[in-house]
Design a protein around this ligand. Structure first.
Ligand SMILES: [Zn+2]
Length: 233
């Protein structure tokens, strides 16, 4: 057996561990993205609700303005009926006319605003539907992400045990070299091509290096990148 086989076996396990660790890091980030998206949907629902409430309030305000003006008109008409002079009668007429005009304007404002309400109600309904639809989807997706994270963690625990077993099979000096290099270069052990190119850094190694690889020496480092080279596993 090629003595580097035990390193390559260990590297295979490390490769799986690296992928899973990356995924474990990525899953919470994806979950956060989903929550942010839902928050944006909910905030457009809040906007729609606020617009509707503001319109309803303006309708109510216009109605009470109109009612107040009409009440005042009634009061003034009673006063007018018992006016003691023509001048007083005339003054009350002017005041009544002004108030009637005010009431009309307030009514007109209220009606115009009322026309807006169905559209705003529709917008709220649409936003509500979108929000509850998204909520279902987001909850489901987040549950999937959680389940996957649990799977990934369990697999990582299993691989930690497998890795310890594989590491035992590697000669300690070679293992030390591998462990040091794997924090800087990945993969650590790479094939040397037929034309003496290191498949890690893609540079040609000198014939002496190639010869060591050819003789299946356990630890042959690429003269350029330091990766462990092998052939014919
Ligand atoms: Zn190299």
């Amino acid at each position: 057996m090629n003595p580097i086989q035990s390193v390559v076996d260990l590297q295979d396990v490390d490769g799986r561990i690296r992928e899973l660790e990356r995924e474990a890091k990525d899953l919470p980030r994806r979950k956060a993205q989903e929550s942010a998206r839902l928050k944006a949907v909910n905030s457009s629902l809040d906007v729609a609700k606020n617009q509707l409430a503001a319109a309803q309030q303006r309708v109510a305000e216009s109605e009470s303005e109109a009612t107040a003006a009409k009440d005042r008109v009634r009061e003034l008409k009673i006063l007018q009926a018992s006016a003691s002079s023509n001048k007083e009668f005339q003054q009350l007429s002017i005041a009544i006319e002004g108030l009637e005009h005010e009431a009309e304007e307030a009514d007109a404002r209220g009606y115009a605003m009322m026309d807006e309400i169905p559209r705003l109600e529709r917008a709220v309904k649409e936003a509500e539907a979108k929000s509850s639809g998204e909520l279902g989807g987001v909850n489901e997706f987040c549950a999937e992400l959680d389940a996957r994270l649990a799977e990934v963690k369990a697999e990582l625990d299993r691989l930690a045990v497998e890795r310890a077993e594989k590491a035992k099979l590697v000669n300690p000096r070679t293992l030390l070299y591998y462990e040091r290099l794997r924090t800087k270069r990945w993969p650590v052990a790479v094939p040397l091509s037929a034309d003496s190119v290191c498949e890690g850094c893609h540079l040609v190694v000198p014939p002496s290096t190639e010869q060591m690889v050819e003789h299946k020496m356990e630890l042959v480092a690429c003269t350029n990148c330091g990766r462990m080279l092998y052939r014919d596993l």
